[in-house]
Design a protein around this ligand. Structure first.
Ligand SMILES: NC(=O)c1ccc[n+]([C@@H]2O[C@H](COP(=O)([O-])OP(=O)(O)OC[C@H]3O[C@@H](n4cnc5c(N)ncnc54)[C@H](O)[C@@H]3O)[C@@H](O)[C@H]2O)c1
Length: 240
């Protein structure tokens, strides 16, 4: 099968890491579908011939509908990147139910919803690659992010478990754990927080969305035939 017949799906592709990943897959020759919440930003993808679907990953029926449309349009689904994610930071003592639930719902239930929707067609194809975007804080924890860190640790457990469930059908499931990547998400940090973070990064710079996109691109490519159930950090050495 040549690359032109490979079909990829990226969630949260309207900006940041998701946007860079979707662009990278497009450049690699994937036929692409993207899921995002911002209908206006999705128009840019449509202009590039991408199947752009407005959906909230935390809503199972919207995800099922979006995946159905991908299958109707392209007839198969080879690579899925679960990238959509949010933060609602704060100390546990002051964290509201809504802060907790919205982060868990988007970041963790969102990955579950998408995986459940795409695994059946992948099982039938007897092939597929899934990459879930976790975070280094899902490994290390981070004060002020109990909701976010729990969601990302959950993604890691989900990834390893699903990798074991579907390996016999040649479906590879991995997670990437970015460190500090320069996107709208991290632009919310104060200058002091940024400076403090930089001091701990051996490569002495923040990551670019493209740094993560290239790692994801490798994991979903034909070059990856034997890596599954792994959590691969992309953090400039932050967690060495
Ligand atoms: N930026 C970093 O330093 C960093 C570090 C580690 C992990 N991550 C993870 O990488 C992923 C992308 O982060 P980013 O920095 O590009 O963030 P971002 O805020 O720039 O982009 C997030 C994208 O997800 C989309 N999204 C959010 N909730 C959604 C929902 N319910 N349904 C559909 N789409 C939704 C947004 O619309 C946006 O397009 C996230 O999972 C994030 O947790 C980021």
């Amino acid at each position: 099968m040549n690359m032109l017949s490979k079909v990829g799906l990226v969630t949260g592709a309207t900006r940041g890491i998701g946007r860079a990943t979707a662009q990278h897959l497009l450049n690699q020759g994937f036929q692409l579908a993207v899921i995002g919440r911002n209908a206006d930003l999705l128009e840019e993808w449509k202009a590039q011939g991408v199947l752009a679907l407005p959906a909230d990953v935390g809503d199972a029926s919207q995800v099922d509908q979006a995946v159905k449309m991908v299958l109707e349009h392209y007839g198969r689904i080879d690579a899925v990147v679960n990238n959509a994610g949010i933060t609602r930071d704060g100390l546990l003592m002051r964290m509201t139910d809504d802060d907790w639930e919205s982060v868990l719902n988007t970041n963790l239930t969102g990955v579950f919803n998408v995986c459940r929707a795409v695994v059946r067609p992948m099982l039938k194809q007897r092939s597929g690659k899934i990459v879930n975007v976790a975070s280094v804080v899902g490994i290390s924890g981070n004060a002020g992010q109990v909701n976010y860190a729990a969601s990302k640790a959950g993604i890691i457990g989900l990834t390893k478990s699903l990798a074991k469930e579907v390996a016999s059908r040649n479906i590879l499931v991995n997670a990437v754990a970015p460190g500090y990547i320069d996107t709208d998400m991290t632009r919310a940090l104060t200058a002091e927080q940024r400076q403090l973070m930089l001091q701990h990064i051996p490569l002495q710079r923040t990551g670019k969305p493209e740094d993560v996109a290239k790692l994801v691109g490798f994991l979903v490519s034909e070059d990856n035939q034997y890596i599954t159930g792994q959590v691969i950090r992309c953090d400039g050495g932050l967690m060495i």
